[in-house]
Design a binder for this molecule. Sequence first.
Ligand SMILES: Cc1cc2nc3c(=O)[nH]c(=O)nc-3n(C[C@H](O)[C@H](O)[C@H](O)COP(=O)(O)O)c2cc1C
Length: 264
Amino acid sequence: MKIMKKKSTTCYTNHPRVKDNHNPSPNLHHSRLLFFFSAFLCFFIIHFPRNTNPLSIPMAAALSTVVGSQPAIKVIALCGSLRQNSYNRGLIRAATEIAKESIDGLHIEFIDISPLPMLNTDLEVDGTYPPVVEAFRRKILEADSYLFASPEYNYSITAPLKNAIDWGSRPPNVWRDKAAAIVSAGGGSGGLRSQYHLRQVGVFLDLHFINKPEFFLNAFQTPPKFGSNGDLIDAEVRERLKALLLALRAFSLRLKGTNPPVDC
Ligand SMILES: Cc1cc2nc3c(=O)[nH]c(=O)nc-3n(C[C@H](O)[C@H](O)[C@H](O)COP(=O)(O)O)c2cc1C
């Protein structure tokens, strides 16, 4: 027994790994430092709530710098209803406020489509359009993306919105290769069928709609979602609207990437 112990001791202490243990290499030293640093980080992450974590504050600042360095996205918002107290127009007003208050780099401008004449190609002269149509087309061309508030009329999009879309589609098609999102407020289905018709129209225009989140709103449910002037008054719906705007912003940035559009 004694002999065995002695043997094993001798053998053990001569082993190169044991020598390393007594005289740690710089690599081992670094691993230990790394281990203690990671444990320290975990402690902070676990023990402080998200907003008060002293480590998350510089991290959030770094992230906001990344967001801040991205290009701003110009969104043109169009409403298919011309009604003064329109709920759909109310959705655009709310979206504009949300973007201004809480989404960096997303600017929404509403364009009134009511002054546009009914499309008639006789109004086109040598490839030019009536001044009000030219101004509209320029705004559409300069935008990065679009927000359509599209109420449902007889299971489809409204005539004024289709008219505006058709003016923009005249050569050259100014909608081409841009991101878009749709919101709608209406009867039982919340305008769902108009949204799917609009997506179909967008195929020919080379518009790229975000798939999710979808935003349909039954405007006539209780408790009321809108005030008498069409203002959105429901906090939960505002959050849904914000989620859609964030998705539109992210998708617009992707489309503004480095690859140019391909003609086909
Ligand atoms: C001509 C017309 C057709 C309509 N057709 C539908 C329809 O097919 N489905 C539906 O859910 N609501 C329908 N509605 C109801 C509107 O979608 C609803 O009143 C909506 O609030 C209108 O949008 P606004 O509040 O922005 O004006 C129709 C309204 C009008 C005036």
